[in-house]
Ligand binder design. Structure first.
Ligand SMILES: [Zn+2]
Length: 180
């Protein structure tokens, strides 16, 4: 017996608010932490344009960007598709090694438990982040996973770089989404 085909009960995805922020063009002359964080910020804007929570990340090795990614959880329907995880995978491919010693990860928001763990497991040298996350951040905000006493690899952290802009971006995104 043939059953009638089930109707697609999936709700239409809600429209997401247009992004009111412009991409940045930081000067190449000063390739400091703020410079690289602005590249991560631009990645976050791309996430917004695709209807994702705007979080972006880049990984730098010897002054060169070897990975840049943004949150893709919605598009890939994958809860692990956070900016940091995607960037870590890219960086490992770029270096041909899962050990990312000597690299610096820039991310617009403090990494969640999963991503904080991944920075330890991939032996990233330093994690630089914009906004602290007192709820879910596991690099100091809610809990400092990098300070577990038994860890062989200690990830250094540098919070608060380009913080105001990263904070405003996330805050505006969620405010507009709620208003929608
Ligand atoms: Zn994460």
């Amino acid at each position: 017996m043939r059953y009638p085909q089930k109707a697609n009960f999936k709700p239409m995805p809600k429209p997401f608010p247009p992004c009111p922020f412009q991409k940045l063009s930081p000067s190449q002359l000063k390739r400091d932490d703020r410079f690289f964080m602005q590249l991560a910020y631009n990645q976050a804007l791309e996430a917004w344009h695709l209807g994702e929570v705007p979080i972006g990340a880049v990984i730098v090795h010897e002054g060169t960007v070897i990975a840049s990614a943004h949150n893709r959880v919605e598009a890939s329907k994958d809860p692990t598709a956070h900016a940091e995880i995607l960037a870590i995978t890219q960086a490992a491919h770029a270096l041909g090694d899962w050990r990312l010693n000597g690299t610096r990860l820039y991310v617009t928001k403090e990494p969640c438990p999963m991503c904080s763990g991944a920075t330890v497991m991939s032996r990233i040298d330093t994690v630089i982040y914009g906004v602290k996350d007192p709820k879910m951040g596991c690099m100091g905000g809610a809990y400092p996973v990098q300070e577990l006493p038994q860890l062989n690899h200690k990830v250094k952290t540098l919070p608060g770089i380009f913080e105001e802009e990263c904070h405003e971006l996330l805050q505006t995104f969620f405010a507009l989404k709620r208003a929608n």
